[in-house]
Design a protein around this ligand. Structure first.
Ligand SMILES: Nc1ncnc2c1ncn2[C@@H]1O[C@H](COP(=O)(O)OP(=O)(O)O)[C@@H](O)[C@H]1O
Ligand SMILES: [Mg+2]
Length: 248
């Protein structure tokens, strides 16, 4: 069967073969397998199916039809309030399915750890309707964690928290609140701190992996991602009061 390269990946070479996707296996493959099987057994449609390992040792996953929002310019429906609410509810669903399972270990849930539009499949949920999030892909850094970690990552990535938000900080703050409310996050007191924690961790992680010889991380650094994330950190830190007030 012919293989076609799938654009939109930032780390891995991902190809489509028929109704499947092949990704390089990693140290996390067994965990991802168990997680995707747990979600499938629960009848949850928000993640690809795990189908095994191919003759080249690659992970085989089910191909999810739809629009993956990896390009900078996106249809308005992708960033609409309705889509944000739906993302938050999807996150809540898989968190609840993993809570209390051996996969979550001593932590609250299994976190995806890289939730963003570029790892989200959108589809019109009714014929002729607007695009809405229906599934998350790229589960390879999923791990036991706290609910607030994924919620904070969602706020950062789906709202693009950083200088590109522009002057309407109040509107961004309203949407942070919308995400927390739609998820049903009980304790928001440390949400903004957790967004900053992610941003800090992200640029430091790219830097140290690039220094250690990671080609993918070196590429991100060369593309200016470290400075971009540092600017985003400073933006969130600078608007912390407004963001936190909206959450109270
Ligand atoms: N299960 C899937 N169904 C449909 N498309 C997929 C699937 N997995 C990956 N893709 C496509 O491949 C691209 C790269 O995959 P991804 O898992 O995000 O790789 P990376 O780890 O490099 O970010 C995605 O942007 C998406 O377009
Ligand atoms: Mg990805």
């Amino acid at each position: 069967m012919p293989e076609s390269f799938l654009p939109g990946g930032f780390v891995n070479a991902v190809v489509r073969v028929g109704d499947t996707v092949r990704r390089p296996a990693s140290a996390r493959t067994a965990f991802v397998r168990d997680l995707l099987r747990l979600l499938e057994a629960a009848g949850w449609g928000g993640a690809p199916r795990y189908l095994g390992v191919d003759e080249q040792g690659r992970e085989v996953l089910g191909y999810l039809d739809g629009h993956v929002a990896w390009e900078p310019r996106q249809p308005a429906a992708v960033s609409s309030d309705e889509s944000l609410v739906a993302v938050a509810r999807l996150v809540r669903e898989f968190h609840d399915l993993t809570a209390g399972t051996p996969l979550a270990g001593a932590q609250e849930v299994v976190c995806h750890n890289d939730l963003s539009p570029k790892n989200t499949v959108y589809r019109p949920t009714v014929v002729g309707g607007e695009l809405r999030p229906v599934a998350f892909i790229d589960w390879d850094i999923a791990a036991p964690g706290a609910r607030i970690h994924d919620v904070a990552h969602v706020c950062w990535q789906y709202l693009g928290l950083g200088p590109s938000v522009g002057d309407d900080v109040a509107e961004a703050a309203r949407r942070v609140r919308l995400i927390a409310d739609s998820y049903g996050l009980p304790d928001r007191g440390s949400l903004v701190t957790t967004i900053l924690w992610w941003q800090d961790r992200c640029w430091r992680g790219i830097e140290s992996a690039a220094d250690a010889g990671s080609v993918a991380m070196g590429r991100l650094r060369d593309a200016g991602v470290v400075q971009e994330v540092q600017r985003a950190y400073r933006w969130v830190a600078g608007h912390r009061d407004v963001l936190e007030r909206a959450l109270r």
